[in-house]
Design a protein around this ligand. Sequence first.
Ligand code: NAP
Length: 277
Amino acid sequence: MTITKTWLITGTSSGFGKALATLVAQTDGQHLLATARKMADLDYLDAFDHGQITKIILDVTDDAEVAALSDKIRAAGGVDILVNNAGLGYFATTEEAQAADVRQLFDVNFFGLAAVTKVVLPFMRAARQGVIVNISSVLGLTSLPTLGYYSASKYAVEGYSEGLRQEVAPLGIQVMLVEPSGARTNWAGASGKHVIPALADYQAFKANVVGVKNGAGHEPGNPTKIAQLIFASVTNETQVPLHLPLGAFATNAAQEHLTAVLNEVTARRATALKADD
Ligand SMILES: NC(=O)c1ccc[n+]([C@@H]2O[C@H](COP(=O)([O-])OP(=O)(O)OC[C@H]3O[C@@H](n4cnc5c(N)ncnc54)[C@H](OP(=O)(O)O)[C@@H]3O)[C@@H](O)[C@H]2O)c1
């Protein structure tokens, strides 16, 4: 079997990462570098392994484990597709959010993603090709009550990716942002932290946090279909899209929010132009 593409995917123990790793592992010609925090969480890959799968322990917030990736990538002969998937959910009003939780959220969702990308980039630059897929969220394009900090972590991913894209496009490296809406993974359940609003002024938002927790596992998004759509976008298109919203809520909410932003920017154009000499 000739290997045509090597994938490095973070957070393949569950959810989107597991669905995508399963698809890559079952598709001819793909070499998979599957990462997880616990090796035992990757046992499910054994059923598909005929020598094309490399399992790697990786907590994206662990500097030593991130640095050690370099040798693994060199041994694999480089990486064609990096999927920065590892991420956490966090559900709290902005005033009631805990500072340590917010730092952990950003450590995983943003700084971890950036650290892994930094290790992969030298290999992609040397090869003058590669695709970096950053799993953002529709909440990287708009936000909702009790999701302000989660959104902030994903807006960080969006801004970082837009800047990165312009730096690496001349080197043959593409960047894609995936922006799903609610899907049936552990994100809203076991992987998320839920802070029920306690302040009387925020009781209206209690239902948001309770609702997302109780609704975990019943979201419309299907991780298997999402993995297939990501795989198809990366492998079938010569030029990957910068934005890939997935799910009805994702496309509707993104369109509504971005239209409102465009309308407001357009309405303030005359004022904006007065700021320069
Ligand atoms: N599901 C949704 O509704 C939704 C919508 C939009 C975007 N997203 C994003 O999709 C991505 C995948 O999440 P998911 O929905 O598939 O949820 P999930 O089932 O909870 O999977 C999250 C993955 O991230 C891993 N992870 C957490 N902290 C990590 C760390 N410090 N280092 C390495 N891996 C870590 C988890 O590993 P462990 O098993 O070890 O915890 C798990 O493999 C996340 O970036 C999430 O923000 C999800």
